[in-house]
Design a protein around this ligand. Sequence first.
Ligand code: NDP
Length: 298
Amino acid sequence: MAQLIDGKAIAAAIRTETAAESAAFRSAGVTPKLAVILVGDDPASGQYVRNKEKACAEAGIVSETIRLPGSSDTAALLDRIRLLNEDPAVHGLLVQVPLPKQIDEAAVLLAVSPEKDVDCFHPLNVGRLIAGFDADSFVPCTPAGIVEMLMRSGNPPAGKRVVIVGRSAIVGKPLALLLMGKGPSADATVTVCHTRTPDLAVFTRTADILVAAAGRPEMIRGDMVRSGAVVIDVGTNRVPDPTGAKPYRWVGDVCFDEVFPKASHISPVPGGVGPMTIAMLLRNTLTACRRHERSRST
Ligand code: NDP
């Protein structure tokens, strides 16, 4: 039987640390602030943004959400980004993705000032990630949250075989970069799988630590997991649930009932990686604040 990795509890501990740091900024006369641009009315994005607002409020970080109509064009969005880039009261800035189809997403992500890029999507910050961190670099939120979950649940990745299912720019790839880096929270041997990987199960069965980030409900079955493996489920999939109080429920990429008896540790969905992503966003906002204050004083 696996032990649950309680992302909610770990994230709460990190939020407490963040609130203390935020209080220190405030008593020095600086109010950390995060601005979020939300374009359109996608219900999932709306929910993510509300969760971010709530977490900011609890951590003593001011949040401002700029809601733009779904019909907005790239130029309108770039204008708003420019204003927020120039606003010294705004420390962190993110544009909620996915964006409506007519908007040039690459142009938008490039326009966010690298100094305020708390999602760590800007190529300059991705480059810093590849080159290796200094303490004040932004970290990609979901991958960094996964590393924290491993460390704080007593499963450091150093020396372990890690298999990641998924190679997206926001989860799989940056997670591989973090884990293959040097240091006590890295030093893993990493394999990244995707839709062109033949015989996926051959790879997943080799994993000491298996990370599922494919966005395919319950695709990781019990026979794909080595006995005693640590399993991190990033997938967040809404599936129909005609029997429940709501017409849908959330499931991960891991078939929990089959994998739970085999794994040594497993993160649930919901209550696993999701809360960690937000905790890391708060941390990046304070990193932005710290960097801003330092650049003002030099
Ligand atoms: P993407 O759709 O951008 O990427 C999915 C990746 O999984 C791709 O690399 C794809 O391969 C691979 N993949 C899909 N199906 C298979 C398969 N059958 N076998 C092997 N590989 C497969 O998704 P994201 O990375 O953005 O998100 C992944 C999941 O994580 C989603 O459910 C998302 O909702 C969730 N998520 C959760 C977060 C949280 O905070 N909890 C944050 C971010 C994401 P290929 O490249 O070949 O197409």
